[in-house]
Ligand binder design. Structure first.
Ligand code: COA
Ligand code: AMP
Length: 631
């Protein structure tokens, strides 16, 4: 049974979105308040708050300082990899952001200009993001685990005026010098970046090009002399671009606006996560992912909460008690992480002995997202941690949860394997291949009836058509999520996995197409396929299959090692691409399409019906033992 308050609010959000979101918009400080809530004049494109103006950074910082919260802690930086902890108040953070906004302006950054941020999890990353928002620039944060080639693709697409980086990132097993990676990316990119700002960390000193590169600390001196004030932007102006993997090798620059985003952040934080001003909240993700954008940076700060910025891992920094130590030390009220992090902890501490060492009584809820929360992990976490374990389903494109258990609005019974119900604003429908709704309990393509609520993508950067062709034209009037699943008779959503070639490795979204492009460029490779195979720790792991060109004289093991190294060098260690097998042929349809889904089902040990359109079933029979070697 779906609870009443939720039902009423959800129904209102769908029946009268203008009144619902108009009311929610009151929690934001506008320069010019919205008189119109939704511009529906140009479907399938919709715009929220078309005549309003604001500044997102003002909402995240200035207004709290003005209203008496100057001394409240905005960020708790906790870095077990460097042995550093630092609390930054709202007033201090505002000072730093203002100074860096000044730096950006002195470098000629104006409203609408792009700034790429390639940084580890240090406070300067958040400062840089908010400073962009302050001057009306559009930030594009690139996750530190991506290699130069991927960074170059994003630089060429975003065409930034400035790139902000740090001398290094620190992984448990090694220190990664970022500057040489950035320098390589800048060589590979066609776009000429006029200025680079580098935060020198004590572990590595980056070499600076005197013509182009500035030292962060030196630049900040100048910034403090002439800080940047908040620039008024339209609610519909872009706040950021965040690149995500699609089905092709070219990443998609998801564009998020200022006004809709601010309203969605302000609404979701109390209603979904039950947190608000003064609460200590921790999203253990990375600022390079959407969870980091929304719930490390924007939502907690817009709400006036304290956000934990954690530079470490769930295990190995130094042990599987790391998360519980942070919760106990900083009295964290709610933790948000990915199921894979819990699986990593469970693997090393199945009996939760490390957990027992800490006083985690401040913790009220554990939120999980980024990949499917498998019932085993759910059961383990619920039993050992003893707080509600709350799944929520979303995507870079939506920017916030499509389905969740709304802990602040009205907590609902949890069903293992389901992220609970559609969030107000998201009219979730499950459609079959012809666009008809399937009956409750049946699987199909999960879609959202338009309009999407505020805070969702407004376009794909630099490609006017790709939003419509990629997401809005499969089914007229619906947003195609790319996930398959079902809704049960109680209205609970079950998300079963992607229907395209996107895979999810340790909560990181990756494109098999991008990996295939790397493999296909090898001179000995005639054709190839990469699929995501189920993995008990990381959810999925990529596995490659290559067919050699006739007469190619290569040792299969040497080739495999070379291809693994190439993917690591071109896409990054984060792809975790470690397995590639040389095969005689790949199963295809008569029209030449590789049957990746069939291959994946066999590898995962699922019952699979071989499509009748297969060109030569013999190829699949030969491949079966390679796909599933243990059977
Ligand atoms: N910069 C550079 N390299 C990075 C990196 C970064 N920011 N993040 C990861 N890498 C590297 C790692 O060092 C590792 O390299 P290796 O092959 O030399 O070991 C590789 O990329 C894979 O990293 P990762 O996916 O983190 O795997 P792991 O085996 O090191 O750790 C987990 C496994 C489960 C502990 C880890 O993936 C994790 O904490 N996941 C949570 C994910 C998450 O929060 N996602 C956000 C969505 S909410
Ligand atoms: P990203 O854009 O990196 O956030 O990845 C989004 C994809 O991750 C979704 O399309 C899903 O395939 C998957 N995903 C995220 N959260 C969940 C969840 N709670 N349950 C199932 N899949 C999820």
């Amino acid at each position: 049974m779906v609870p009443m308050t939720y039902r009423t609010e959800f129904d209102r959000s769908i029946a009268d979105p203008e009144s619902f979101w108009g009311e929610a918009a009151r929690s934001i400080d506008w320069f010019r308040k919205p008189t119109r809530v939704l511009d529906a004049s140009n479907p399938p494109q919709y715009r929220w708050f078309p005549d309003a103006t604001l500044n997102t950074c003002y909402n995240a910082l200035d207004r709290h300082v003005i209203r008496g919260a100057a001394e409240r802690t905005a960020i708790i930086y906790d870095s077990p990899v460097t042995g550093t902890k630092r609390e930054i108040s709202y007033a201090e953070l505002l000072g730093e952001v203002g100074a860096f906004a000044g730096v950006l302006q002195q470098l000629g950054v104006e409203k609408g200009d792009r700034v790429v941020i390639y940084m580890p999890m240090i406070p300067e990353a958040v400062v840089a993001m908010l400073a962009c928002a302050r001057v009306g620039a559009v930030h594009s944060v690139v996750f530190g685990g991506f290699a130069p080639h991927e960074l170059a693709l994003r630089i060429d697409d975003a065409q930034p005026k400035v790139v902000v980086t740090a001398s290094c990132g620190i992984e448990p097993n090694r220190t990664i010098a970022y500057k040489p990676l950035l320098d390589r990316a800048l060589e590979l990119a066609e776009h000429q970046v006029p200025a680079v700002v580098v935060k020198q960390r004590p572990q590595v000193t980056a070499e600076l090009d005197p013509e182009r590169d500035l030292d962060w600390n030196a630049a900040m001196h100048a910034g403090y002399q002439q800080p940047g004030a908040c620039v008024e932007v339209d609610a519909t102006d872009p706040l950021y671009i965040l690149y995500t993997s699609g089905t092709t090798g070219k990443p998609k620059g998801i564009v998020r606006d200022n006004g809709g985003h601010a309203v969605a952040m302000a609404w979701s934080f109390p209603n979904i996560y039950d947190c608000g001003a003064g609460d200590v909240w921790w999203a253990a993700s990375d600022v390079g992912w959407v969870v980091g954008h929304s719930y490390i940076v924007y939502a907690p700060l817009i709400a006036g909460a304290t956000t934990v910025l954690y530079e470490g891992k769930p295990v190995g920094t130094p042990d599987p008690g790391a998360f519980w130590r942070v919760i106990a030390e900083h009295k964290v009220k709610a933790l948000f992480t990915a199921p894979t992090a819990l699986r990593a902890i469970k693997k090393e501490d199945a009996e939760a002995e490390h957990f027992a060492k800490y006083d985690t009584s401040s913790l009220q809820s554990l939120f999980l997202a980024g990949e499917r929360l498998d019932p085993d992990t759910y059961d383990w976490a619920s039993e050992k941690i003893g707080v509600p374990v709350v799944d929520n389903w979303w995507q870079t494109e939506t920017g916030w949860a499509i389905a969740a258990n709304l802990r602040g609005l009205e907590p609902m019974p949890i069903k293992a394997g389901s992220p609970t119900v559609p969030v107000p604003g998201f009219d979730v429908r499950v459609l079959d291949a012809s666009g008809d709704e399937v009956p409750a309990g049946e699987e199909g393509s999960i879609c959202v009836k338009l309009p999407l609520p505020p805070g969702c993508m407004t376009g794909v950067w630099g490609d006017e058509d790709r939003f419509v062709t990629g997401y809005l034209s499969a089914f007229d009037g619906y947003y195609l999520s790319g996930d398959g699943g079902r809704v049960d008779s109680d209205g609970y959503v079950y998300v079963m996995g992607r229907t395209d070639d996107v895979i999810n490795v340790a909560g990181h979204r990756l494109s098999t197409g991008a990996m295939e492009e790397v493999l296909a460029r090898h001179p000995a490779v005639a054709e190839c396929a990469v699929i995501g195979v189920a993995d008990t720790l990381k959810g999925q792991l990529p596995r490659g299959f290559v067919v050699l060109k006739d007469g190619a004289d290569v040792d299969p093991d040497e080739l495999a090692a070379e291809l693994v190294a190439k993917v690591r060098a071109e896409i990054g260690a984060v792809a975790a691409f470690k397995e590639v097998v040389v095969v005689q042929g790949l199963p295809k349809t008569r029209s030449g399409k590789i049957l990746r889904r069939t291959m994946r089902d066999i590898a995962d040990g699922k019952e699979t019906k071989v499509p009748g359109t297969i060109e030569d079933a013999g190829v699949l029979d030969v491949l079966r033992p390679v796909l599933r070697p243990q059977s």
